[in-house]
Design a protein around this ligand. Structure first.
Ligand SMILES: C[S@@+](CC[C@H](N)C(=O)[O-])C[C@H]1O[C@@H](n2cnc3c(N)ncnc32)[C@H](O)[C@@H]1O
Length: 253
């Protein structure tokens, strides 16, 4: 069996290899729904940040497993839409290729204007560029499934969040009980999506990894337990695409 570090390096290498086609494949396989799920979940997360802070001014935000920066830019767009402001913004990902594309997209984005955005090439298990108790909103979209040493990462999330800071996990969670529509969504993600992803990226292995990684991943209830073990309390769970994708919102109390 591969050592956790070898397995992790293989996953990071896979993202390096699909970076160029990642955004297009994302839009195609989700029928452009990925942006809607990001927007809705970020909006909800900001509602929780507001409930704990009383305002959305001078926020410190970090997006982990930021990839090509879609989630990071969505967070900045939503904060601007709520007339909030940011004091610091950090995107973190261990794939140098994904970060290279993130840098280009951020440079071309209107939400880059006043924000000081830093990109760090790091894994979620070691967020050494973020200080203790420093982050108001920490997001991770479609990233946690790829983190081999998940418990270490969740401890890091708790360390860097301020008291009252909010964690948003947006992810394809394992579903044990699927209704008819959930089953159809499962057929789509396990059979059709890898094929479509392969057509866009010419990398079948990378897209065959997606359904396997979902089956091996934990359910939303199991994640809630793991978050509670590290001192984060789940305050909301939202589901998209017949529960295939979930938004988990947790607060550091
Ligand atoms: C499916 S992409 C998601 C990218 C982006 N968050 C989005 O919403 O489009 C998964 C990302 O997780 C990153 N990743 C893989 N292993 C990781 C780890 N151990 N820690 C943090 N990020 C990791 C990959 O490099 C990749 O950019």
């Amino acid at each position: 069996m591969a050592k956790p570090t070898d397995k992790q390096q293989q996953i990071i290498g896979m993202f390096d290899s699909i970076a160029k086609t990642y955004d297009t494949a994302n839009k195609v396989v989700s029928f452009k729904q990925d942006h809607k799920w990001r927007k809705e979940s970020v909006q909800e997360a900001l509602r929780h940040v507001y409930a704990f802070r009383g305002d959305l001014q001078g926020l410190s935000v970090a997006d982990i497993a930021c990839g090509t920066a879609d989630m990071l830019l969505c967070v900045l767009e939503r904060i601007a839409a709520c007339k909030g402001s940011v004091a610091s913004v950090c995107g973190i990902d261990p794939s140098a290729e994904m970060l290279r594309l993130a840098e280009q997209k951020i440079a071309a984005s209107p939400f880059n204007q006043n924000a000081r955005i830093r990109l760090d090439c790091l894994e979620a298990k070691n967020l050494r560029t973020l200080a203790d108790n420093s982050v108001d909103l920490l997001s991770i979209a479609y990233g946690l499934r790829n983190v081999v040493e998940r418990k270490e990462a969740l401890k890091e999330f708790t360390r860097v969040l301020k008291k009252g800071g909010v964690l948003l996990v947006l992810e394809f969670m394992r579903q044990d009980k699927k209704g008819i529509l959930g089953y159809l969504a499962h057929i789509y993600t396990s059979k059709i999506l890898p094929f479509v992803g392969m057509l866009v990226s010419w990398n079948y292995k990378a897209y065959a990894y997606l359904p396997k990684s979902i089956e091996r991943f934990i359910s939303a209830d199991e994640l809630e337990e793991e978050l509670s073990d590290v001192g984060l309390e789940v305050v909301q769970k939202s589901h998209y695409m017949y529960k295939s994708v979930s938004g988990i919102f947790a607060v550091k109390l």
